[in-house]
Design a protein around this ligand. Sequence first.
Ligand SMILES: Cc1cc2nc3c(=O)[nH]c(=O)nc-3n(C[C@H](O)[C@H](O)[C@H](O)COP(=O)(O)OP(=O)(O)OC[C@H]3O[C@@H](n4cnc5c(N)ncnc54)[C@H](O)[C@@H]3O)c2cc1C
Length: 488
Amino acid sequence: MADPKVTKCVVVGAGPVGALAALYAARRGWHVEVYELRGDLRDASTTPLNFTKSINLALSERGINAMRHSQSPSLLDKVLSETIPMYGRMIHGQDSAGKLTEESQQYDVHGRFIRAVDRANLNKLLLDEVDRLPNVKLHFNHKLTGADFRKRKAWFEKKSSGGPQTADGAQAHQDQVDEKDPEELEVNFDLLLGCDGAHSSVRYHLMKSLRMNYEQSYIDTLWCEFTIPPASSTLSTSPSAKQGFATSPNHLHIWPSDDKMFIAIPSTDKSLTCTLFAPSASFATLEQTPSRVKGFFTTNFPGAADLIGPAELRNQFESNPHLPLISIKCSPHHYTSSCVILGDAAHAMVPFYGQGMNAGLEDVRVLFQHLDRQTANLAGREAALTSYSLERVPDAHAINDLALANYFEMHSAVTSPLYLFRKKIEEFLSDKLPSTGFATQYSRVSFSNQRYSEVVMSVSRQSLVLGALGTLPSRQQPQAILVKLLKF
Ligand SMILES: Cc1cc2nc3c(=O)[nH]c(=O)nc-3n(C[C@H](O)[C@H](O)[C@H](O)COP(=O)(O)OP(=O)(O)OC[C@H]3O[C@@H](n4cnc5c(N)ncnc54)[C@H](O)[C@@H]3O)c2cc1C
């Protein structure tokens, strides 16, 4: 029987954020129960095919730092050993003579890089780590159907198997298959962590208990996945191809094109996972006449179709889902001492900064930092959840906005002379005059743990300084002026 003095923590959702949250809670000696709608993704026999294929994400400092603080020393080594470094963007295009071009843009003047990680593999490693601990129970095929945060009770339906799912957890929709008379369970808890993704049931029930401000929007862009096979099975390779990959394995590839873009991220099996982002109207046209897919790619993303192969291109467009992109902001993220939502449940964002999962993992680290500062009783927990929400809501809103703004940067500004000029100046100052504190927005977001809301403030301060520098008399000492300006 559970010791009533030990905190009982229920985690809803066993995606990357739920699994890490369970690990943090378990490392504090709490009794942890995890309830996940789907089957165990580590069990090949119960996992639908579309979840076993490789779906890659960009893992960066915030996600890494959250795992570093999980009190599981070997976890991070295991995760990182199965990642591929991406040192910059590779911008693909075509010159006026019709020749395909590739231009590498380093992410960071100091050589720092982001990493391509297989989402399912990361999730598996986190679940393995949690599963090893005696104070954790994992319940798969359990769907949260209700919750009373005042009485600290939650209700789950036990299903015989997980429902339909998309390959990316962020877009997972609730199981629509109703079983006859599913078994129901009532579960008590001290603290419930809602990590159940963008379409969160925990958030839905939380809204009934508190005055939550909530904002949801869909952008007019859909996405669809494609795969560039290893060099050995493709018709064509690009000039940067090496190590068995059809194009550079150490870049995040972008084919920018007005209001659309195509990106590719390397996988450990030497393929690249690609995503087409385009307005819903473009998708509608191609859905009606799939024979135009090849021409659409040739016009907008020169060279990409040949890396995939024309037949496969059309086949993948027709067989892979065309999914929407949702952006969610809400406040607060908690209710008294009994519930808090984390990850996409609290702040689903468009994927253009590669920060959704990183921000969700960072939520876990920041939450437990607040909990660790307080005494382990109801009042202490309420104080921790309150201060967590106060800190995290502005940060979540900030990265949500930055992710939307980065869509513009990725599909068109990456080739703009003004953008490149500013990047060069900021990098020069960061490298040669570190005392100025200059750093690009990208490096602050991806290579530091500076609060997202502070990143926004630092970058707008830099913009003012750069603007002021443009009017400086030439005999003044730029370094001294920069240092002065940055301190206001
Ligand atoms: C195209 C695309 C590209 C992306 N690229 C990146 C990237 O490069 N880098 C990055 O950091 N992020 C990226 N993201 C975002 C990232 O995928 C999400 O932020 C991340 O998966 C969120 O993790 P999570 O654990 O909060 O939610 P999820 O991964 O959605 O997990 C939620 C879990 O809760 C379960 N669940 C749902 N409802 C219930 C219920 N009622 N009861 C019980 N369980 C339930 C679900 O089955 C699921 O397992 C991308 C997203 C998209 C769409």
